[in-house]
Write a protein that binds this ligand. Sequence first.
Ligand SMILES: NC(=O)c1ccc[n+]([C@@H]2O[C@H](COP(=O)([O-])OP(=O)(O)OC[C@H]3O[C@@H](n4cnc5c(N)ncnc54)[C@H](OP(=O)(O)O)[C@@H]3O)[C@@H](O)[C@H]2O)c1
Length: 239
Amino acid sequence: MGATSAIAIATSRLLAARKASFYLVARSGAKLEAVASDLRTRGATSVTLKLMDLDDTAQHPQMLESAAAALGEIDLALIAHGVLGDQEQAQADYSVTEAILRTNLLSPVSLCTWLGNYFEAQRRGVLAVISSVAGDRGRKSNYIYGTTKGALNIFLDGLRNRIDRHGVHVLTIRPGFVATPMTAHLRRNALFADPNTVARGIVKAIERRKDVVYLPAVWAPIMLIVRSIPRSIFKRLNM
Ligand SMILES: NC(=O)c1ccc[n+]([C@@H]2O[C@H](COP(=O)([O-])OP(=O)(O)OC[C@H]3O[C@@H](n4cnc5c(N)ncnc54)[C@H](OP(=O)(O)O)[C@@H]3O)[C@@H](O)[C@H]2O)c1
């Protein structure tokens, strides 16, 4: 889901080399065709394409049923779509906030509801969802985006608590800064990771059946420190 995301492409390339079959969902036809032909040349067994705006939650059940039919069965779902959104516009206009919530939170929650039930009935499967370190603590510079990811983290914690015992692996992926189109407008610094590094971390976390993974790993201690700053100090920081 969100197959044209730079992180999703890098992850899919690693899976294509293992002869995976794909059902790719994205909203841009030209980009999706390019991703599909790249995956075919890298070894994908089969690639089925679905064009859709993933904000359209009413269409999710039908799309996921067609994914299951095309693949025979679904082993792994990677939910990668998202928008950074404009924090200042969202502060001024709730409709902008609502649009960010719809794409980053309501849409993944809808997909995970269907997929969680599907995997639970199948008694196996991997539900890997790209969240963000931004969900660990609300910061003035991006708390709308952070809210979507923080709420998603809690949803995934609860879903895992419900279906892990039925053989379903729920993986929450929390990347730090990654050099992708989403962050193209930001000045790059040493903390920016390459999407290929993040993709390798995602595949490793799936293999090791991790619950939550910070990528790259350096973000785990960084966020431990950020979370432990007392509120009385945190509220005065310019972050
Ligand atoms: N880059 C970072 O620093 C960073 C850090 C932490 C977490 N993340 C998360 O990583 C995930 C992937 O992002 P990325 O860094 O790979 O950025 P990206 O390359 O810009 O990918 C974002 C993708 O989401 C798709 N998308 C957005 N809204 C959609 C919708 N309504 N329906 C269908 N597709 C939609 C975009 O499609 P179009 O190309 O058609 O617009 C694009 O393919 C996101 O969830 C993001 O929040 C990124």
